[in-house]
Write a protein that binds this ligand. Structure first.
Ligand code: FES
Length: 180
């Protein structure tokens, strides 16, 4: 009667070693497949902890603020002179809601009226700067120029500057949603 040769202690330990190595490889493959799935599933929680900054604090056209936010007392603004302010607003970006400073240009029109502009060029969204001497908003990207009322004066921008809903209550200038 033939008997299969039994593996010696040396062969057994080699087999155990190979099985362990295969086990480790299988575990790593499993981790590699499951990590993206787990990451995707928990995206809202990690995004809330580390909010992404796209270009700068003032890049908000894709963010939508909610409610009314004070940008200051009307007497702190000179009539006809745009002033840049950065109120903190509750903004919604996809499924993330957070408090965020946003840049806004506020222009007092008269004793009790004001308008507020989003400071992004309506061409491709570059941040605008108000130039006091020339009394215009300049775009550094392609030379777009807007006057202090937000109308296009020169360059490629296709539309006037985008405004926020604005109201004045008890001497306080409040901004609402961006007007479409
Ligand atoms: Fe302002 Fe192009 S982005 S002119």
């Amino acid at each position: 009667m033939d008997h299969e040769p039994q593996p010696g202690p040396r062969n057994r330990s080699r087999r155990t070693f190979v099985l362990r190595v295969l086990g480790v490889i299988a575990a790593q493959l499993g981790l590699g497949i499951s990590a993206p799935v787990v990451g995707f599933g928990s995206a809202p929680s990690w995004r809330a902890r580390t909010p992404p900054r796209l270009l700068s604090e003032s890049v908000v056209p894709t963010l939508r603020a909610q409610g009314w936010t004070s940008v200051g007392r009307i007497e702190d603004f000179e009539v006809g002179v745009p002033k840049r302010v950065a109120p903190v607003r509750r903004v919604v970006d996809g499924w993330v809601t957070r408090e965020e400073p946003i840049a806004v240009y506020v222009v007092r029109r008269s004793g009790s009226k004001a308008v507020a502009f989003d400071p992004h060029c309506t061409h491709l969204g570059c941040p605008l700067q108000f130039v006091e001497g020339a009394r215009v908003f300049l775009c550094p990207c392609h030379g777009g120029v807007f006057d202090s009322k937000g109308s296009v004066v020169a360059g490629p921008p296709p539309r006037p500057m985008v405004r926020y809903e604005t109201k004045v209550e008890q001497g306080e200038i409040l901004i609402g949603a961006l007007e479409e």
